[in-house]
Every structure is written in C-alpha cells, then in structure tokens.
Design a binder for this molecule. Structure first.
Ligand SMILES: [Zn+2]
Length: 409
C-alpha cells in the first residue's frame, strides 16, 4: 500500500482516495513576477512523479495548479519596470511552460489563474464574514486568526506560538497575525482592481488558493502539495480560510517538498544565488538526466546542488541509457528468456516498494542501477536473449512512465 508523509498529522499514513479510484490533487503553482528557478522545479517535478505514480497504480487523477498573477510582488515589479502587470507576467508564464515542458512534465488537468477567479474569492470572503471570521479595517478585510482555534496546526505551533512569526505586507498592523483577505485599492495598485462588497480592490494571496482549490475539487479533496516554504503561512492560512468557511477538513493529505539549495543556501533571485532550468540545458544536460538529478533524493530530503555531483549523476544516468540501447540491439543468440522475466519482476517489485514508501525515488534509482550493473555483465557474457531483453525493456518502460528519465526506455 502507498504510504505518504502527511505534514498535518506529522507521520506517514496509508493513502486511500476519498472517492473510489479517483484522486483529486491541488498543487500551488508559480508566482509569475519573476522566472521560476530549478529549486521551484524540484517541487513541480515531485508533483509530476506523484501524479504519474498514482496513475501507474491505476487511479484516475485530477490535478489542479494555480498561477498567482495577482499579488504584491508582481504589482510592485510591474511598477518598477514601468510595464503593465499583464505584459510583465506574460513573458514569465511563457518561460514557465517552456521549462515545464522541457523537463517532460505532464501538464496539470486544470491551470487556474487567480485573476480569472476573483468572483469565487469574493464569495468565499463573504461566507467567512457571515461566520464571523472577518475584521474590517480601513485598508481592507482581514481574517481574525483568534477565531480559528486550530490555527498553527500545520506547522505544529499550538497555543498561539505563531504570534509574531508572520510579519509582512499581508498582515495587519493592529494584530500581526491577522492576514489579509481583501486589500482596498491604493495608487500603488495601478490598474489592478475589482468591485466587491468590501470596496474596489484585490484579493489577498492566500484566499486565491482556497477559492480555486474548492472551486475545482470540492470542499474536501485528497492531496494538497507545495514546497516546504508554503507550510507557513500560506497553507496554514488556506486551512483557516477553507475550513473556517466549510467546517470540513480541506485536504486529506498535505505533502511538502524540501528545498533544493545552492552552496548550502536557499536559492534566491534577490541574492543571485540561483540556477535556472535553461542553465543546465544550455550546459548540454539531457532533460531526463536533470529529472534524475532532481529525483535522486526523496522529495522530503534536502538536496544541495553542486556541479561535480550533478555531473557524476548525469554520467550514471547516461550509463543506464547506454545499457538500454544495448538491450534493444540483442539478437537471437544466448539466454533462454527466463533470466529476463526474473530480472523484470525483481525490478518492478523493488520499484514499487521504494515508491510505496512515500515516493522514495532515491531508493528506486539505487535498485535500478544495481540491477543494470548485473544486466551489463550478462550482456557482456552473451547471457541474455532477445526475449530476455524484451522483458527487461518492457518493465523499464513501465517504470519510466513514472520517472520519465530514460527517454521512454
Ligand atoms: Zn497556494
């Protein structure tokens, strides 16, 4: 049985969909005020593998991903660059999909832009106000965190220990922990704004994901994913908003991937400590090998990028590709077909065991590489027949429908 580490309960739990064989997943997408870096793509790739593995196991999956195109940073960047918000973002969105596709990721079933779902956000804020969760201030509407007793549960901060942690423009000055649901228009917002019962303005960042996830997936769904930096405050606030409005548990599982660091530091566009997908592709790395590198450790394990380690892993990946090529060329001589089906069976079972253990892609790759060391020796000794090769290639084809590393092996 597939087990996944659920951040909310703080442990691995057996996964069962809420409704039959159908799995509904919401994944937080990019903010498009700047280009997404390879650290962001580690998260999108983990989500890609999660969706592919669920499909491999015979589940039907609906994945929704949002695009945050209305938020403080984007509006500030557009003003700084003297362009319209749309013009600033169009270029970043194009680049995002170019990188997304170049890594062979399966596009989400629904891509939802925040700017196209403002009525749903307004509706959700009205619902929260009716239930007494809103505080109206002169600059907008805020969520009254003290009214929601489970606040802090995702980050395991009970008893008000979250107080004072969240301090940025999203939060109220009067109560530093009350976060913004609706911001009234100010000159800094330029042409961005919508009419609402709370005045002309725009939604806060957190309400966007609550409104869009429930719009497409219902008030309860199976899995909510994101990067570890989304846990607090973004996902904590999503829980407060959605569960405050519905009284139901929003997601059955909360999955978070760890950062990809560079020089042991978090990638940051601001400090220039950053690497983009195009940098690695431009250096001649095969997209499959970039996928392998990003998946070479389980999504919850920290991965620190170093050029030397990256090159070593690319070599290991290419070596397996070469052996797969040799398997395809095997003629009729040698072997009896038995060895191949045995190896294929073992490969599939080791892969399934590793992936069922909270998507341990690192362990899955170790099993593949050690099997391929033996396969290479058998090819050298002419111990594999065409039938053997066919069985191994077919198993690798199934495995690679999830990993997407070996080029449709
Ligand atoms: Zn989100």
């Amino acid at each position: 049985m597939l087990k996944l580490f659920d951040t909310l309960s703080g442990r691995k739990r057996g996964f069962r969909p809420l409704g039959g064989r159908f799995v509904r997943i919401y994944t937080c997408g990019p903010s498009v005020y700047s280009y997404s870096h390879i650290g962001n793509f580690r998260t999108y790739l983990f989500e890609d593998v999660l969706v592919r593995y669920l499909r491999y196991k015979g589940y039907r999956v609906k994945r929704v991903m949002n695009i945050t195109d209305v938020e403080d940073k984007a509006i500030a960047a557009a003003r700084r660059e003297g362009v319209s918000l749309m013009a600033l973002e169009a270029d970043k969105i194009r680049a995002f999909w170019r990188d997304f596709d170049s890594l062979g990721m399966v596009r989400p079933d629904v891509v939802a832009k925040a700017s196209e779902h403002v009525p749903q956000m307004i509706g959700l804020i009205c619902r929260l106000c009716r239930k007494g969760y809103c505080i109206r201030r002169k600059d907008g509407v805020y969520f009254n965190v003290r009214r929601f007793s489970r606040y802090g549960s995702l980050r395991h901060l009970g008893g008000g220990r979250y107080l004072g942690i969240a301090r940025n423009e999203d939060y109220s000055r009067e109560g530093a922990w009350d976060f913004r649901l609706w911001k009234k228009w100010t000159r800094g917002d330029g042409e961005t704004g919508w009419d609402s019962p709370f005045g002309f303005g725009r939604p806060g960042w957190h309400i966007e994901c609550s409104a869009m996830s429930m719009h497409y997936l219902g008030e309860r769904f199976d899995i909510h994913c994101g990067g570890a930096d989304n846990i607090f405050p973004h996902h904590e606030n999503e829980i407060a908003q959605s569960e405050g409005a519905t009284g139901k548990k929003l997601a059955n599982f909360w999955l978070h991937s760890r950062h990809l660091t560079l020089g042991k530091k978090k990638m940051s566009k601001r400090t220039g400590n950053v690497l983009y997908v195009k940098d690695l592709l431009g250096a001649g790395a095969h997209p499959g090998c970039i996928r392998f590198y990003l998946l070479s450790k389980r999504y919850r394990t920290r991965l620190d990028f170093s050029q030397a380690q990256f090159e070593r892993r690319v070599c290991a990946c290419e070596r397996t590709g070469t052996i797969l090529g040799q398997l395809r060329k095997i003629g009729d001589s040698g072997g009896n077909g038995m060895a191949g089906s045995k190896i294929a069976g073992r490969l599939l079972s080791a892969f399934g065991k590793a992936m069922d253990d909270d998507l341990d892609t690192g362990r899955a790759f170790r099993a593949i590489f050690s099997a391929f060391a033996r396969i290479e020796a058998m090819i050298r000794k002419d111990k594999l027949s065409r039938e053997d090769a066919k069985a191994i290639l077919s198993a690798m084809g199934r495995i690679d429908s999830v990993l997407g590393v070996f080029g449709g092996a």
